[in-house]
Design a protein around this ligand. Structure first.
Ligand SMILES: CCCCC/C=C\C/C=C\CC/C=C/CC(=O)SCCNC(=O)CCNC(=O)[C@H](O)C(C)(C)COP(=O)(O)OP(=O)(O)OC[C@H]1O[C@@H](n2cnc3c(N)ncnc32)[C@H](O)[C@@H]1OP(=O)(O)O
Length: 280
């Protein structure tokens, strides 16, 4: 039986020296058996945007780590991408979608958010690049955020694509920076530089380089060494349960609404234009 571990969601290959397992594609996960800390690295070039397959892998991995009783987790992006933590949800999943796949995607998105937001172990995102839309969402699900800077951006920019960030996206941000600031932010689809994100409390620490950001993440996880895992889990649960319970109670309604809304001609038109604007 493994010790209880913390999780840092982070993108580097060289930190972990004692690996329990590594999955080869899209998501690399390693657990340092001495410390009990997992490092989960998103590795989907060119910009780590979240396809249905990646979503499945993230959710499966979080659930595995949950069973393994890790002490903590770092979530990050592979270093070779250099400037992107996560480019958000894969817009191609929403543009001219296959209805069956879209329904699967949206269901998986709900489930992955619930898994990551409610982990019973501490989590850190080491944000080593731009983190937009769904990328910002997964970073916000973690208990602590360390962002590399100064030149990266983070934010829920959905309105810039002509789509509405669902209630649970908005609630996740409001729980971190407060309702008013979150409202202003999501309405305008605002993105923040590392310094601005630090200033409004969207991230907890900044760092000029990835190694240092990772160390800060580990320090955060180590701060729980003397806290009972049970006390951690129950306290986090009380803090986050009101937000997660809304989705649990409204899953089907939320799914149906988004599923229909995404396929309306107006949303499809905006998504098409946005996708085009991203093309080189
Ligand atoms: C009660 C009412 C509720 C109603 C709710 C209803 C519906 C809501 C449901 C769900 C909401 C939908 C939520 C969406 C959340 C999102 O995540 S949307 C996506 C947000 N992300 C972005 O806007 C990022 C866009 N990308 C960039 O800005 C840049 O790519 C980058 C990340 C800064 C990196 O720049 P870089 O110069 O390195 O790379 P390129 O821009 O050249 O990109 C390379 C390549 O990748 C493609 N690409 C980039 N991002 C995405 C993406 N998110 N999805 C798909 N494809 C992407 C880009 O097009 C390039 O492709 P190529 O030219 O073919 O190589």
């Amino acid at each position: 039986m493994l010790k209880r571990y913390n999780i840092i969601l982070y993108s580097t290959n060289k930190i972990v020296n004692s690996c329990r397992y590594v999955s080869q594609s899209m998501l690399k996960s390693t657990v340092n058996e001495k410390t009990g800390i997992a490092t989960v690295i998103i590795n989907k070039p060119p910009v780590n945007c979240i396809s249905l397959e990646l979503l499945n892998k993230i959710n499966t991995e979080i659930n595995k780590l949950q069973k393994d009783n890790i002490r903590g987790m770092i979530l990050t992006s592979v270093r070779s991408l250099q400037k992107v933590f996560c480019g958000g949800l894969d817009i191609k999943e929403f543009y001219n979608p296959n209805p069956d796949r879209l329904a699967k995607y949206l269901t998986n998105l709900q489930d992955t958010w619930l898994s990551l937001y409610m982990t019973s172990f501490p989590t850190v995102s080491v944000i080593n690049g731009h983190s937009l839309g769904g990328g910002c969402l997964i970073a916000m699900c973690c208990d602590y955020r360390v962002m590399v800077g100064p030149d990266y951006t983070i934010g829920l920019n959905e309105t810039k694509l002509g789509v509405v960030p669902p209630k649970w996206f908005q609630d996740t941000m409001a729980a971190i920076i407060g309702h008013r600031k979150a409202e202003v932010s999501v309405i305008a689809g605002k993105t923040y530089t590392t310094d601005e994100a630090l200033q409004i409390g969207l991230v907890d620490e900044s760092s000029p380089d990835i190694d240092n950001a990772y160390k800060k993440g580990i320090q955060f996880l180590n701060s729980f060494e003397k806290i009972s895992p049970w006390a951690f889990k129950m306290t986090k649960n009380i803090s986050r349960q009101p937000i997660s319970q809304w989705l649990i109670d409204n899953k089907q309604k939320d799914l149906e609404f988004v599923f229909n809304y995404m396929q309306t001609p107006s949303v499809q038109k905006h998504l098409g234009l946005y996708l085009q604007s991203l093309k080189k």
